[in-house]
Design a protein around this ligand. Structure first.
Ligand SMILES: [Zn+2]
Length: 231
């Protein structure tokens, strides 16, 4: 069941390591089949180089396992709750990519300082609030999704396909697992650029609003003119 989605999710998980977005097993990718309401996700704790298509775990939107011999990623409930809240998205990536983590740990949003950032993300990368001790005790992974969704009140998840979890790391998404992985690569790259910019000039100004909108709209707006026409 869901063979092509499993292949896409497997390839995106392998790309976490290939793109140097996480060491060891500090990351996971999932993808959803919206018609069936089923999610394919990485199994917990299996190294990327050893992952096989048969290892992929299928869960439903109630976080119940539907197929697969292995346990799903411990972050599965976070993925499930994001899919439930954001019907526009089709894939989710979680990594511990170091430059994005630096902002999570510093409890700072990633400011939008230039056009590379604006091409992918419409504004600063939001930071979700720190979880309370009760929230961690009661349901750590579920409440991680809760604080992300709190922060996204009024934000469009396709205009802003990433969030920083305080003291933790980013979650990134897209219309597919493949697109989510691409956004994860872009996020780490813009975090790296922002760190270097702020090291050179801690008072570096934000990109002007008109330039932010122009860069984002030419890739994502109704009159998008970046790349080739889709078939
Ligand atoms: Zn994590």
């Amino acid at each position: 069941m869901l063979e092509s989605l499993k292949e896409e999710v497997l390839a995106a998980n392998v790309d976490i390591e290939r793109q140097e977005l996480a060491k060891l097993t500090w990351g996971n990718v999932s993808g959803i089949d919206r018609e069936r309401g089923l999610i394919v996700i990485k199994p917990s704790g299996v190294p990327y180089s050893k992952l096989k298509i048969a290892d992929m775990v299928v869960i439903d939107l109630e976080n119940r396992k539907v197929e697969g011999a292995l346990r799903p990623s411990v972050d599965a409930i976070t993925h499930v709750l994001l899919y439930r809240a954001f019907p526009q998205i089709g894939g989710i990536v979680h990594t511990h990519s170091p430059c994005a983590v630096a902002f999570s740990q510093a409890l700072r949003e990633i400011p939008c300082l230039g056009s590379t950032h604006a091409d992918h993300f419409l504004g600063p990368i939001p930071l979700a609030r720190v979880l309370t001790p009760e929230e961690i005790r009661e349901d750590y992974e579920g409440n991680t999704a809760k604080v992300i969704l709190e922060r996204f009140a009024g934000l469009d998840p396709l205009d802003m396909p990433a969030v920083l979890v305080a003291h933790h790391a980013p979650f990134i998404w897209g219309r597919s697992a493949r697109e989510a992985l691409k956004n994860a690569v872009a996020l780490e790259s813009v975090a790296d650029m922002a760190l270097k910019t702020l090291a050179l000039n801690p008072a570096a100004p934000l990109i002007p609003e008109h330039m932010l909108k122009e860069h984002h709209d030419r890739k994502h707006g109704p009159g998008a003119r970046y790349g080739q026409e889709s078939p």
